[in-house]
Design a protein around this ligand. Structure first.
Ligand code: SAH
Ligand code: SF4
Ligand code: F3S
Length: 473
């Protein structure tokens, strides 16, 4: 399977995820019609695109990165913030121009925006033919037939069961070393700011055996790092039908880590209310479970957290951080922070700042609050923090994080880390890059090493974003 991509890779800046990656998966798919697939949003959406590619491949489609060649154009969308949706609307305008040249081209909106707007999207975006929510991808061939016969097609049914466990994803856009495996779908948490429970439906965990099998196959194919994905991985819970076998997240981690000691395991996202000491001890027990926990705090003030319906307070969060420090002394902690949530006072903003000072995150994804229609916060609270105040608070948070990231990297000077080589660094072919267990990026002269190998790297210089060094024995 060719695994190439074009478009922007890791256009990170202020968004947590890869943006607008376009996939090309040529040779093996071997069909006649061409599909162009562009993806936005979180890693789970990118993983869903791999499911979509698999379903389309089974239905005789090859993927293309040339929009003008496409018979079907899919855009897998995100609704998390207003600007995520604006980006998609901008792209739909571009697709529209192409469709004018090629009227038979079908345009499909997939993912969270499809789910949020449903058939409204067909009215708002005139040339869209298909609207398909995240649980309805198996219906794609049928929906495409419907469009072929001149009708518009919508399927936005959310499921209590669908986990796509029986579909082997077509691995897209990777280098054959890093893979992502969805272990659960949906979210039952109802954080008041968040649209995900509405776009992704109820939380459900995938059968442990299908997860372990998928990971085993990845290991066999030579993948060296697997990231387990879910909106709240710590509430993973699966029981066999006869009730004799029950597995929680710690149990799943243990099973996946044992597949191959040379395959690293990461996971995201951990919810502070659910992360247990058992998970931390499991991490400690396995060298190949990476020592990095993404533990989004969102805000430092207990009152704000209450309005956010996060179901933990400042003390609880700090207690979880203390447990991580105790059980996993070398573990990095990263987070998401929202600036300017409804009713946030200057004092409450300062509590976010002091939370950052206490935890010292190695990295943070930081956002201005963006009201999402239909969420609890949109219904209950006024979005009353003025735009310029949100902007200023966000900037303070970003500046402080920059300082903390740099200090955290400076503390690594002179240390040697085991690094999984990912490939040439972005700046020069003479340098390779890879991450350490803490998920920090290291850059080093390649000295003949290959992607997928583990090397020990001595850190000699640092920037805010990178550790720079050389390979040592
Ligand atoms: N399930 C994960 C988060 C998924 S969304 C968790 O619970 O942590 C990723 C991040 O987007 C969230 O952590 C939050 O910081 C941010 N986010 C979600 N809704 C938002 C909104 N309405 N405005 C701004 N940021 C938001
Ligand atoms: Fe959204 Fe909260 Fe669920 Fe995360 S845990 S997806 S922030 S509702
Ligand atoms: Fe966006 Fe949906 Fe993910 S709203 S962040 S793509 S779950």
């Amino acid at each position: 399977m060719a695994k190439q991509f074009s478009g922007n890779v890791f256009e990170k800046v202020q968004d947590e995820q890869r943006q607008g990656e376009v996939y090309e998966a040529t040779t093996v798919l071997g069909g006649k019609k061409k599909m162009y697939l562009e993806s936005y949003g979180c890693q789970m959406n990118f993983s869903d695109s791999e499911i979509v590619a698999s379903i389309m491949a089974d239905n005789n489609y090859v993927a293309t990165t040339e929009l003008s060649e496409a018979d079907v154009v899919f855009i897998n969308t995100c609704s998390i913030r207003e600007n995520a949706e604006q980006k998609v609307r901008g792209r739909l305008q571009v697709f529209r121009q192409h469709k004018k040249q090629k009227p038979d081209m079908m345009i499909g909106v997939l993912g969270c925006m499809a789910e949020r707007l449903k058939s409204k999207l067909l009215e708002q975006e005139k040339l869209v033919d298909l609207v398909v929510g995240p649980d309805a991808y198996k219906d794609l061939p049928n929906l495409l037939n419907k469009v072929d016969s001149g009708q518009q097609a919508v399927n936005v049914l959310l499921s209590r069961e669908e986990t796509y466990a029986d579909i082997t994803p077509v691995r897209l856009g990777g280098n054959g070393i890093l893979a992502f495996v969805t272990i659960m779908r949906g979210c039952d948490n109802m954080c008041s700011f968040c649209v995900v429970p509405f776009t992704r439906g109820r939380e459900r965990s995938r059968d442990v055996h299908t997860i372990v099998e998928e990971c085993r196959q990845l290991a066999e194919q030579g993948y060296k790092e697997i990231t387990l994905l879910g909106q709240n991985v710590d509430s993973y819970h699966w029981s066999s039908e006869d009730g004799t076998e029950t597995v929680n997240f710690a149990g799943l981690l243990d099973r996946v880590a044992k597949i191959d000691p040379l395959v690293r395991i990461r996971f995201s996202t951990s919810h502070p209310k659910d992360i247990t000491d058992e998970v931390l001890h499991t991490m400690a027990a396995h060298h190949n479970i990476c020592k990095c926990i993404h533990l989004p705090v969102q805000a430092g003030s207990s009152e704000v957290l209450k309005r956010m319906n996060r179901t933990y307070d400042r003390e609880w969060y700090l207690d979880r951080v203390a447990a991580i420090r105790r059980i996993l002394p070398d573990c990095a902690i990263t987070s998401d922070i929202i600036a300017g949530f409804c009713g946030e006072t200057e004092e409450q903003h300062r509590e976010t700042i002091s939370m950052m000072e206490s935890v010292r995150y190695t990295m943070n994804f930081m956002f201005k609050y963006s009201e999402r229609p239909g969420t609890l916060a949109a219904r209950k609270f006024e979005d009353d923090v003025p735009e310029e105040v949100k902007g200023r608070r966000l900037q303070e948070i970003i500046d402080l994080q920059g300082q903390h990231s740099l200090e955290s990297n400076q503390a690594d000077l002179g240390k040697v880390f085991e690094v999984l080589v990912e490939g040439p660094s972005r700046k020069s072919d003479e340098h390779f890059c890879g991450r350490n267990s803490q998920n920090k990026m290291l850059v080093f002269p390649h000295q003949g090493v290959k992607a997928g190998q583990y090397v020990n790297v001595l850190v000699e210089r640092v920037t805010q974003a990178t550790l720079i060094g050389r390979i040592v024995d």
